[in-house]
Design a protein around this ligand. Sequence first.
Ligand SMILES: [Zn+2]
Length: 299
Amino acid sequence: MTFSSKVKKELCSIPIERKCCAVAEAYGVLLFCNSFTPSSVKIVTENNDFSDRLPQLFQRAFGVASELKRIPGVGSKTIFSLTDEGAIESIYETVSSSTGRSIATHVNFGVLEEDHCRSAFLRGAFLAGGAVTNPEAGYHLELTTTHFHVCKEVCALMVDMDMEPKETVRKSNYVIYFKNSGMIEDFLTVAGAPVCAMELMSAKIYKDVRNEMNRRVNCDLANTDKTVEAAQAQIAAIRAIEAGPGLDSLGPKLKQTALLRLENPEATLVELCGMYDPPLRKSCLNHRMRRILAIAREI
Ligand SMILES: [Zn+2]
């Protein structure tokens, strides 16, 4: 099951109770569905939970039930079609706006005054026109509408609800989206999917911890590379001295250091220090190594 369908399942598990919220949710569906005009309504979905909820929702919100025709579509798609004049009139009467603007192309904020109704509206919008990516893959939640003004006005509504939506246009559709995981969590919680919001939060924590561990491992590897590089340079210098004037030319202390390095090509300086009895200070060994490198350069 995709994360989107999980979210829709959770949203559809919310009982349809208050009439005001049923109206707000159904209105969200209408503004974000395939088409909503004074002559027809068309809602296409592939989500079974939403297909089962929709008739109950329209019944509670508008008293419209049998007029909403359910037609099997291509593949797993279900098409809901409403062309009955009386039924559409009843929708317009229920959501009617005092501003005189069309309720199909503008948001009538009159039905979205209460917080519970706003939540229900966002739920309906997501059920009809929403999608969210699997949190393991990334963070993206979007709502798609065919109406320019609806996009602008729903963004304004979200800003009023302390969200920070972004907008874009895609193939003559208007898309409201969130990329920030915290914002997506907030949206899911408000719309009525707190369990999915928690799932997203834990996926993010898991991913952050894994990234931090990878970063540290890479950092350690980089340090190991540096140690190996330094040791190789020292060995090359010692070999050059050996082939030239010979290791005896270094004097007893440097010769001892050179031999120790040849015997332990992969040891770090600290490890080499520990092989002396008594152990040598790191700065002292470092100094000897630098002298060996300098002598080799002169050859
Ligand atoms: Zn309400």
